[in-house]
Structure formats: C-alpha cells, structure tokens
Design a protein around this ligand. Structure first.
Ligand SMILES: [Zn+2]
Length: 137
C-alpha cells in the first residue's frame, strides 16, 4: 500500500485537479453559491482583499465566536482558488462546529484539514455533476 503522509501539499492539491478545468464565469457562480450556503448556516462571510486578518500563505480562515462563525477569504486570489477555499471552509463549518478547537495538537489539526479538503472535493464534484459537468466521482 502506498504510504500517505498528512502533508499540506498533498491535501491542498486534492481539489485543484477538476476545479481548474472549469471556466471563470462558472467559478463566479460557484463562489456565489458557496457564499450563500455559508450564510444559510448563519456564517458571516468577509472578503478580505488586503488579507490583513489572514496569516502569511493562508488562503481563507473560519473564525469561531460566541454567536457563530465567520469565514474570511482572500478575494485577490484567482477565482478558482477562492471557490476551493470557500468549499474547504464550508467543510470546517459543517464538520467541525462542535470540535474541540482548543485541542491544538498537530495531529488533530492535520486530520481536520484533511477532512475539510475531502469535504470540498466531494461537495464541488457533486455540485458540478448536478449541473451536467463531466466530472469523476
Ligand atoms: Zn482548513
């Protein structure tokens, strides 16, 4: 069996294969869709053009507060990357709302990142498939 390591480069590349085949106007539609799904979960979505609340090399982030969550994403990135980032953050919102986020050990964080990336992969494929796009599931 092939050895799989929880490397950032591994899971950040998972969704890119098929999203990069989708044209920009489609991606704008998916970005709008993802923003509205996040809002339907009570999440406040912020474009963060200056990326001043994002750390170096961070594409997006979910911030958890007392009353709910906020998602920040860097809208200066290519639109395809924004779509992947928003789908990834939706994964955190759905999968990790009740997670113990104070448990900050390396292994747990890596597993949560992998889960969010797998969620984004599945979600985007199903979304595209539902619109008749020829994608592998
Ligand atoms: Zn993440």
């Amino acid at each position: 069996m092939e050895n799989f390591s929880f490397d950032h480069k591994n899971y950040k590349a998972i969704t890119s294969d098929f999203v990069y085949n989708i044209d920009e106007s489609e991606c704008k539609k998916y970005r709008k869709h993802l923003r509205s799904v996040l809002k339907s979960f009570g999440v406040v979505v912020y474009k963060n053009s200056k990326a001043d609340l994002l750390e170096h090399n961070e594409l997006a982030r979910t911030i958890w507060g007392m009353g709910g969550a906020a998602v920040l994403y860097d809208d200066t990135l290519p639109i395809k990357q924004q779509v992947i980032s928003l789908a990834h953050e939706l994964g955190h919102v759905i999968l990790h709302a009740n997670a113990n986020r104070f448990r900050n050990d390396h292994g747990t964080k890596h597993i949560m990142e992998l889960e969010a990336e797998i969620f984004a992969y599945a979600y985007l494929q199903i979304l595209m498939k539902s619109e008749g796009k020829d994608v592998k599931i």
